[in-house]
Design a protein around this ligand. Structure first.
Ligand SMILES: Nc1nc2c(ncn2[C@@H]2O[C@H](COP(=O)(O)OP(=O)(O)OP(=O)(O)O)[C@@H](O)[C@H]2O)c(=O)[nH]1
Ligand SMILES: [Mg+2]
Length: 229
């Protein structure tokens, strides 16, 4: 995550500047699955009264306070339509901290296309080892029982790739999980950072004990416990 100085308001109403971390999260998926509505809903609390196909990318952001730490979630709401995304693709995938894949529960093709979106991430050197979420949107429109088969398949896909999975609706007011998608992602990024700080501490310790040319990271120490017989 990147660090920056942010303006906010203190309890006595005076503006204060505080250090905050910014995480870039891209939201991708087929055209019309609800990426704009989900990001709009998270940032404003409202379902937009009308939307148009996104051209290139729209930016939205929200400042979160996670256990006293300010995290700015910068959402890149990308275009699903090929003709509106071509020129922007290189920019989407640069310095990404988290990915939200979206499909529409009423549109099975948007689910079938998810591997294509995952491939595009890989082609831009973005592994699914960074925090990712899979969102099954428009559950307010679910009427047919076949939707539950699609939801089960999606849950399985998310499990296989180690992603968080959400069934939600950008439109429904009650019982939806729109905020959780992005807050949980930010929490995962925050704890990931704590882990990398721990790795650094471990590295400093190894150096202060004068262990030459050997940086012991948490990853390496984990490897040491792997049986090789
Ligand atoms: N009923 C219902 N409609 C939704 C929901 N989310 C989005 N929509 C509708 O689906 C249509 C497309 O939504 P958008 O958010 O613009 O879709 P998008 O994924 O951003 O589309 P592109 O920008 O073209 O990639 C709009 O008419 C929305 O009102 C939802 O959860 N429930
Ligand atoms: Mg859009």
């Amino acid at each position: 995550m990147d660090s920056s100085l942010e303006s906010s308001t203190s309890s006595n109403g005076n503006p204060v500047r505080c250090r905050c971390r910014t995480c870039k999260v891209i939201v991708i998926g087929d055209a019309g699955v609800g990426k704009t509505c989900l990001t709009h809903r998270f940032c404003t609390g409202q379902f937009p009264s009308r939307t148009e196909a996104t051209i290139g990318v729209d930016f939205r952001e929200k400042l979160l306070d996670l256990e006293g730490e300010k995290i700015k979630v910068q959402l890149w709401d990308t275009a699903g339509q090929e003709r509106f995304r071509k020129s922007m693709v290189q920019h989407y995938y640069r310095n990404v901290h988290g990915i939200v894949f979206v499909f529409d529960v009423t549109n099975p093709t948007s689910f079938c296309n998810l591997p294509m979106w995952m491939d595009e991430c890989r082609q831009h050197s973005l592994g699914l080892d960074i925090p990712c979420a899979l969102v099954c949107n428009k559950t307010d429109l679910v009427t047919s029982p076949t939707a539950s088969v699609l939801i089960d398949q999606a849950r399985h896909l998310a499990e296989v790739h180690g992603m968080s999975f959400y069934t939600t609706s950008a439109k429904a007011r009650k019982g939806d999980l729109v905020d959780s998608i992005f807050v949980t992602l930010a929490q995962r990024l925050k704890s990931q950072r704590r882990e990398s700080v721990n790795e650094l501490v471990l590295q400093c310790r190894s150096e202060s004990f004068n262990i030459p040319a050997k940086i012991i990271t948490a990853q390496e120490s984990k490897k040491k416990w792997t049986c090789i017989c």
